[in-house]
Design a protein around this ligand. Structure first.
Ligand SMILES: C[S@@+](CC[C@H](N)C(=O)[O-])C[C@H]1O[C@@H](n2cnc3c(N)ncnc32)[C@H](O)[C@@H]1O
Length: 202
């Protein structure tokens, strides 16, 4: 049964994860959040993915792995999840949680290296890239470089799924992607803008 459907266990895990986020937030400004995303935001983003068969999902900035866990619950044995996280403490915790799962590859590297990391994991293209990293901390040029590298790493028809508490992606994504669907998740701290940007052509 998914963790979000077991309230007491969910609250215990939430309390523990929030303490870890606060500790890592104090030490590393790129963590950019003091608590994990809510089950409402997780559900909203994960239901945008068709996780059947041998799909390849890349996640930027998984931190404690709330999205990763939900993706793996829905993904079959042929699927692959590639986690790209810069914070060493979160990477250690991700390895403890998911290191034994043959569907998962974990890299302590920046998302900016997605093309090389995808290749290193043995894949040419991904079906989905999910991102929770703080684009507001990047310069304008760095934002465009990362969005462009992300587009290149997606197969035609694949989607870049993003959640951000500020709305700057609605200006940036149309410069790189053919089709954008926007949403807003109020039931998260803080509320989040959500985007599904689809790569249609080559
Ligand atoms: C706002 S937290 C999101 C955490 C988690 N996905 C969630 O929703 O609870 C951002 C995460 O992105 C990571 N991060 C920041 N910049 C990154 C980058 N350039 N590449 C990979 N991870 C990065 C941080 O260490 C942090 O774990």
């Amino acid at each position: 049964m998914p963790l979000a459907e077991r309230p007491l266990q969910y609250l215990a895990v939430l309390a523990k994860n929030t303490l870890v986020y606060i500790k890592n937030f104090i030490e590393d400004r790129d963590v950019a959040s003091v608590m994990p995303s809510s089950p409402f935001l997780v559900r909203r983003m994960v239901r945008k993915m068709d996780l059947d068969g041998s799909c390849v999902v890349v996640e930027y900035g998984p931190a404690a792995g709330v999205f990763s866990r939900s993706i793996l619950e829905k993904m079959g044995p042929e699927g692959r999840l590639i986690l790209i996280e810069t914070n060493a403490d979160f990477v250690r915790r991700l390895r403890e949680q998911f290191g034994g799962d043959p569907r998962v590859e974990i890299f302590q590297e920046p998302a900016q290296d997605v093309t090389r990391l995808l290749e290193q994991a043995g894949h040419e293209e991904a079906d989905y890239v999910l991102s929770g990293i703080p684009f507001s901390f990047l310069s304008e040029e760095e934002r465009h470089t990362l969005i462009d590298a992300t587009r290149q790493s997606l197969r035609p028809g694949g989607a870049f799924l993003v959640y951000q508490h500020r709305d700057h992606m609605s200006r940036l994504l149309p410069q790189h992607f053919d089709q954008i669907e926007e949403g807003y998740e109020l039931l998260n701290v803080p509320p989040m803008h959500t985007y599904a940007a689809r790569r249609i052509g080559d």
